[in-house]
Design a protein around this ligand. Sequence first.
Ligand code: F6R
Length: 256
Amino acid sequence: MKIIVKDNYQELSRLAASVISDLVRKKPDCVLGFATGATPIGTYHELARLHKEEGLDFSKVRSFNLDEYLGLTINLNLPYELDQSYARFMYEELFKRINIREENTHVPYGLTENPEKFCEEYEKMIKDTGGIDLQILGIGGDGHLGFNEPGSSFDSRTRVESLTQKTVDDNYEAFYKKAGVSKDDMPRKALTMGIATILEAKSALMLVSGSSKADIIKKALEDPITTEVTASAIQMFKGDAIVILDKAAASKLTRI
Ligand code: F6R
C-alpha cells in the first residue's frame, strides 16, 4: 500500500484524477469503481476538465458504483438538492460532464423490488466485465468502506446494509440539511458492494480529506485490521492500493 500526503484538497484531487486518467489512457475500456460523497467531487471535476480540455476519452469506460440508498434512484424532475440519490450525484458531478455512455455506467438500483436478486446480479455483472480495474474509495466517519458499517464481515458481498446513526448524522450534515430534509425522512438502509467484492478489484485508490477523518484513518491504516473499522480491510488489499490524504487527514499518522 502506498500512502501519499498532499498539501491540500485541490492537490489531492489533481493527483487522484491523474491516477485515474493514466489508466483510462492506457486501457480505454477499463472498468472503474466509483465512490460518492464529498471527498471525490474535486477529483471528478478534474476528470471533467481533462475530458474538456485534453480530450480524455471515456467512451469505452465501464463503471460500477459502490453503493446507493435503498428507496432512492435518480429523478431528473427534482432539483439536484432534493434528489439525494447517488445515481443523481454521479450524473451531476461526473457523468453529464464527460462522454461516458449511460449504458456503461452502473449504480445499484435503489428501487429494486427484489434486493437480494439485484445484489446477486450486480456481483455477476461486475464479474462478467472481467472485474474492476480501479476502485475509488473513501472512509466514513465510523470507518466504513462503501456502506459496510462496523461489524460487516470481510467475506461480505453486495447486499442491503443498515446505516449506523453516525453515518445518518454525517450524511445529514453534509448533504440533507441544506436540502431542508427532516432527519426522520433520511434513508437508513443502502445497497452496498461487500468488503470481499471491493477487495477483488485489481487496484484501489482511497481518498481522505480533512481533520475530521484524522483519527479514523489512523485506525484504518496503522492499527490492527478489524471489522470494527471496515476500511482497515484496505491493509489486506492484494492489488496495488494507493491512499491519498491531505495534510489535515494525515495529521495523526505516525508512519509517514
Ligand atoms: C460513498 C461511500 C462512502 C464514502 C464515505 C466518505 O459511495 O461508499 O464510504 O466514501 O462515507 O464520504 P465523504 O467523502 O462524504 O466523507
